[in-house]
Design a protein. Structure first.
Length: 129
């Protein structure tokens, strides 16, 4: 009986996870790396600090969305220090002035980023697809 309960809980959990995965994409999925003015470079020209600061956004989210997303808005901080736990990203952002130089991307502004999908080599920018 105990094993049957364990199996049924796993099945229910799996069904719930499938429902979550079937939800439409959230704006933040693309906004952290796909936004106007993003930095992109080929391997030989790639600079990790420049990529962290200009290739990932500072996504200024309301507090409740910061909590639900694990502070994904401080994505540039995460790329500078991937081992920093998500609950310390805002703290790092608050005490290091250089991290505040990124122009924040708002929730409303992120909706325009959904369309940016392709890198245009000639124009050196993301374009809609």
């Amino acid at each position: 009986m105990r094993k049957l309960l364990s199996i049924s809980r796993k099945i229910l959990l799996t069904d719930e996870l499938r429902k979550i995965q079937d939800l439409p994409p959230l704006p933040h999925r693309g906004a952290v790396h796909q936004f106007e003015g993003v930095y992109w470079a080929r391997r030989n020209d790639w600079d990790p600090v420049h990529a962290a600061m200009e290739g990932s956004s500072f996504y200024d989210l309301p507090p409740v969305l910061r909590w639900f997303s694990g502070n994904i808005g401080y994505h540039h901080v995460h790329h500078l220090g991937p081992r920093i736990p998500n609950y310390r990203l805002k703290e790092c952002f608050d005490v290091i002035p250089a991290l505040k130089s990124r122009q924040p991307l708002t929730l409303r502004g992120s909706l325009a980023c959904i369309r940016l999908k392709l890198w245009d080599e000639e124009r050196q920018e993301l374009v809609a697809f």
